[in-house]
Design a protein around this ligand. Sequence first.
Ligand code: FAD
Length: 446
Amino acid sequence: MKTVDIIGAGLAGTEAALQLADRGVRVRLFEMRPAVGTPVHTGAGCAELVCSNSFKSMKPESAAGMLKHELSLLGSRLYACALASKVDAGGALAVDREAFSRRATQHVDAHPNIERIVGEVREPDYERAPDAVIIASGPLTSDALAQWISGIAGADNLAFFDAAAPIVAADSLDESILFRQSRYEKDAPGDYLNAPFSRDSYEAFIDALVSAQRVIMKEFETKDLFQACQPIEEIARKGIDAPRFGPLKPVGLADPATGKRPWAAVQLRAENAEKSAYNLVGFQTNLTFSEQRRVFRMIPGLEHAEFSRFGVMHRNTFVSAPGLLDRNLRLMRSLPSPTFIAGQLAGTEGYCEAIMSGVHVALSVFALIEGRAMPSIPSASSFGALLRYATDPATIDYQPMHVNFGIMPPLPERVGNKRLRYAAYAARGAAAFESYVAELKAAGLL
Ligand code: FAD
C-alpha cells in the first residue's frame, strides 16, 4: 500500500487526506494542534476556519461560484461538509464553523486509511520513505517548519500581518436600531443585520477609528497587507468616505425606520445556525482590544455589544510559488520523496481555494504514485487560472490571491457588458472543466 505523509490538518491537508484515503492510499496526517497552538486556531479538530465563516458567493457567474462548481465536480469532501453545515447568508455560502470542523474531523477519524497524529512536524520524515509528502501547514506554519521550508526553497518565506474581524453576541445588540435585510432585497426577510449611520454619527465614528490605538505598529507595513482582508482603520485612513464606498457601503439597503438609504451601514452576518453571534463584515482590524470595545460601540445598535472575539493581527506565511512550484504544486527541488505544497502556504488565498488545492494536490500525488499522467487543469477554469498565475515564473512579486476574473485568459471577443462578460467567463470555464473531469475519469483518477 502506498503511503503519503501530510503535514497540517487544515482545509487543504484534510481535503487531500480524504481524497487520497478514498483512493486506497495510506495517509499519515500530522497536526500540531492542540499540542502546539497558532495565534488564531482555538480548537483541536480538523479544518478549522480562522476568520469569517463565509465561503463567499454561490452565484454561478462569479469566480467564487465557478470555484464551487469545480469543487463539486471533483467531489470535494470539505465542500460537501460546508453544504451540510450551511447557515443563511443570502447568495453566499456561510457555515456554522463548529459543525463544519466537527464533520470534517469525524470523516478523518472514521477513515480506515487515515492515521491522525498530533504533534508539530519540524521537517518531513524522509527516513520513513513515504511515497510522497504534502506540506499543508498554512499561513500560520510553525517557525521550525517554516525555517526548514525556507532552507530547501532557497528563498525566504514571506511573513506578514493579516487582520481578522470581531464577533459580537446577538443578545447584546439593539435590534430596535439594527434592521434585517440583504442588499437589494428590501422586501425579503434578509440574512444580514444592518447598522445604519447618519452622516454625523458616521463622521464621528471615522474620526475615532483613525485615531484609535493599534497594536503591532512597528512591524506593520502597508505594502504587506493582505489586500482582501485590509484592516478597517487602514481603509478609513485613505479618506473619510473610503469605508462608505467599501465595507460600509449603504447601496441596496433601505432603513425601515426612515424608508431611506442610510449614509453608511455596517453589515453583521450570523456566525452560526442559531444566530447567537454575528461578525462585523469587513471589520478586520488591529486596534487594541480596549479600543475595539470603545470605537465599535459607536456603531448604531452596537452601543452595548459584547465581543465574543476581538479582531486580531496574524502572520501569514507563503512560498513564492512562481519558479518554485510546478502546475501540480510539486516543489521543483530534488528531495528524497516527491514533495508538494498545498493551501495558503502554496500561495493561494481563501477557504475554497485552499480546499481546491487539497483536491488538486491529492489528484497529482495519486497520478504520480500510480504512474499515470495527470491531465492539465484548464486555465479557463477558476482554479486553473489561479494556478497558471501562481506558478508562472514570469509573475513578479507574487502575492497570494483569490480566484478572480482579472487573471482569467481573455475571452476571444470583447464583451463590454460586465454581467454578460462574467457569464461568458463562467460558461467557458464550466465547459473546459467538464472536459478536464472527463480526462481525469479516463485516466482512472476520478
Ligand atoms: P490552515 O487551514 O491554517 O491549516 C494549516 C494547519 O497546519 C493548521 O491546522 C495548523 O495548526 C497546522 N500546522 C502548522 N504548522 C504545523 C506543523 N509544523 N506541524 C503540524 N501541523 C502544523 N480566507 C478566507 O477565504 N476567508 C477568511 O476570512 C480568511 N481569513 C483569514 C484569517 C487569517 C488570520 C488568516 C491567516 C488567513 C485567512 N484566510 C481567509 C486565508 C486562508 O483561506 C485560510 O488561512 C485557510 O485556512 C488556509 O487553509 P490552509 O489549509 O492552507 O491552512
